[in-house]
Design a protein around this ligand. Structure first.
Ligand code: ADP
Ligand code: MG
Length: 155
């Protein structure tokens, strides 16, 4: 897909408080400014890749771009669920991500259970894909070792 791999770095902000964490799937939201820096023609949907909080370890992640139809959102959002258990929240920290692949478009779900099981499947798919050499190699990318704020897609 065009635009991939896509590198991005920015602050984690408060989301819409729609309770992702209560579903067991917290999503770290990027600020509006970071969201607006994304290519406007990048398809909305569910992606996977690698993520790192501050200078921490690099973990697998799943990410959603776009309007979330289940919640009838009107704003675009970019939300990263890192496949790792953190001891504490990390609001205000710098999240670095590389998006390496696309899973599916956004969908409407009839129930919360259907939404949750779709996300669980997305997470399993992401884990499998990220073990493939072409995706695995980006885990070691220099992007994750640069000083904060140095490079975001060469800007
Ligand atoms: P919000 O609506 O503020 O985004 P969420 O319920 O989506 O609230 O929770 C997101 C927050 O949870 C993140 O900003 C981060 O501080 C924290 N968090 C803890 N563990 C994770 C994780 N594995 N992936 C993403 N965020 C996490
Ligand atoms: Mg969130």
């Amino acid at each position: 897909m065009r635009h991939l791999p896509y590198f991005c770095r920015g602050e984690v902000v408060k989301g819409f408080g729609r309770g992702s964490k209560e579903l067991g799937i917290p999503t770290a939201n990027f600020s509006e400014q970071v969201v607006e820096s994304f290519p406007s023609d990048i398809p909305t949907g569910i992606y996977y890749g690698w993520a790192c909080v501050g200078n921490g370890d690099v973990h697998k992640m799943v990410l959603s771009i776009g309007w979330n139809p289940f919640y009838k959102n009107i704003k675009k959002s970019v939300e990263t669920h890192i496949i790792h258990t953190f001891k504490e929240d990390f609001y205000g920290e710098i999240l670095s991500i590389v998006i390496t692949g696309y899973i599916r478009p956004e969908k409407n779900f009839d129930s919360l259970d259907a939404l949750i099981s779709a996300i669980q499947e997305d997470i399993e798919e992401a884990k499998r894909q990220l073990d493939l050499p072409e995706h695995l190699k980006l885990k070691e990318d220099n992007f994750f070792h640069l000083p904060e704020g140095k490079t975001v897609n060469n800007r």
